[in-house]
Design a protein around this ligand. Structure first.
Ligand SMILES: Cc1cc2nc3c(=O)[nH]c(=O)nc-3n(C[C@H](O)[C@H](O)[C@H](O)COP(=O)(O)O)c2cc1C
Length: 333
């Protein structure tokens, strides 16, 4: 599986990792609408995975045979734990432990060097690594050694810490990564300004000038496949990653999305499918029902009475109550 990225048609489209959003349940919902070319797990902490707290984190690595190919995204502080985690990802230990799967594995390992969360940055992790290159290098090397050539290793990051800093992608491109995904904002910018696609294009140019094979994936504010295709063409990118665009259109990866014509009943049916999968997968434990509130607005939108239905759904106590409200909403016109 070493070159799972190289097998993809270009430009390829990826569903971005989103914490508490892109779990196995939502990935299956998206796959049932219009599958991307590549999925990512939510980020999972290697220091936690290599501690007694490991069982509680395994749900972040859980997947099913239909969510393929899938990249496991990791983060943390300790190179040794990156090494151990990469080794166990590559040899199938985590696929077995998290999902009971023997013959099917992740398609790669991605290191999160982009999360701007305050607590994470305070610990020197994720985007803070922009300012600690010796540690960033050790982490990448430990992950590559652990993966042992069995899985490709990639990094997802931002344009810099306080400002756009091309020495950062240049440094990363020297680390023989299979893929470098760039969210076109700095840490300081969080999500407050539009993504800078010109800077993403400049990093692709840097890659070409360095004459190396690392793929460059662009990310930030892509709301449709056409938009992504135009950006990939303009900046000659290998791939496009879409995160929040999926909240506007669950069919965002489709060549022709039917979402604008979806009826109220079709939307309710899709949410019902999501809730049932959630119930089957996470049961009464595993994940809290409130996690579903994030999704409510995707489906329960743009039909008469949507807001009232949403208000009821947001206050539901369990999956059965959600299913009941969805059914009633369907019967009420
Ligand atoms: C709710 C949420 C959770 C996120 N969790 C992660 C994560 O676990 N790992 C990661 O690399 N990025 C994470 N991100 C960042 C996205 O992957 C992506 O880089 C960002 O949203 C910009 O892309 P977009 O404009 O297409 O959404 C998250 C973003 C959101 C909105």
């Amino acid at each position: 599986m070493k070159n799972s990225w190289r097998k993809l048609p270009k430009p390829y489209f990826i569903l971005a990792p989103m914490d508490d959003v892109t779990d196995t349940v939502f990935r299956r919902v998206v796959g049932g609408c219009a599958a991307p070319d590549m999925y990512f797990t939510e980020f999972v902490n290697v220091d936690g995975l290599q501690s007694p707290g490991r069982p509680r984190l395994l749900n972040r690595l859980q997947f099913s045979a239909s969510e393929q190919p899938l990249i496991a995204q990791i983060w943390g502080r300790t190179p040794e734990n990156y090494y151990k985690t990469a080794k166990e990802l590559a040899d199938g230990t985590f696929a077995r432990e998290s999902s009971g799967l023997e013959d099917i594995n992740y398609a790669g390992i991605d290191i999160n060097m982009g999360c701007p969360d305050k607590a994470v940055v305070k610990n020197g992790c994720c985007v803070a690594l922009v300012n600690d290159r010796p540690l960033a290098k050790e982490i990448i090397q430990a992950t590559q050694e652990g993966a042992g050539g069995k899985l490709p290793v990639s990094v997802k990051t931002r344009l810099g810490f306080n400002e756009v800093d091309y020495s950062w992608p240049e440094f990363l491109l020297q680390q023989k990564l299979d893929v470098l995904s760039i969210h076109g904002r700095t840490r300081k910018q969080m999500s407050k300004v539009p993504a800078d696609w010109g800077a993403i294009g400049a990093i692709r140019q840097l890659r070409d000038d360095m004459d190396i094979e690392t793929h460059i994936v662009g990310n930030g504010d892509v709301m449709s496949r056409e938009h992504g295709l135009a950006l990939a063409q303009e900046h000659q990118l290998d791939g496009i990653m879409i995160g929040r665009g999926i909240f506007q259109d669950p069919f965002v990866f489709a060549e022709q999305s039917p979402w604008a014509e979806y009826s109220k009943q079709q939307k309710l049916d899709l949410y019902e499918k999501h809730v049932r999968l959630f119930q089957e997968t996470w049961g009464t434990s595993g994940r809290h029902i409130r996690v579903l509130n994030k999704f409510c607005k995707i489906y329960i939108n743009e039909f008469p009475g949507a807001k009232e239905v949403r208000d009821m759904l947001m206050n539901a106590k369990d999956a059965d109550e959600l299913l009941h409200i969805i059914k009633e909403a369907g019967q009420n016109g």
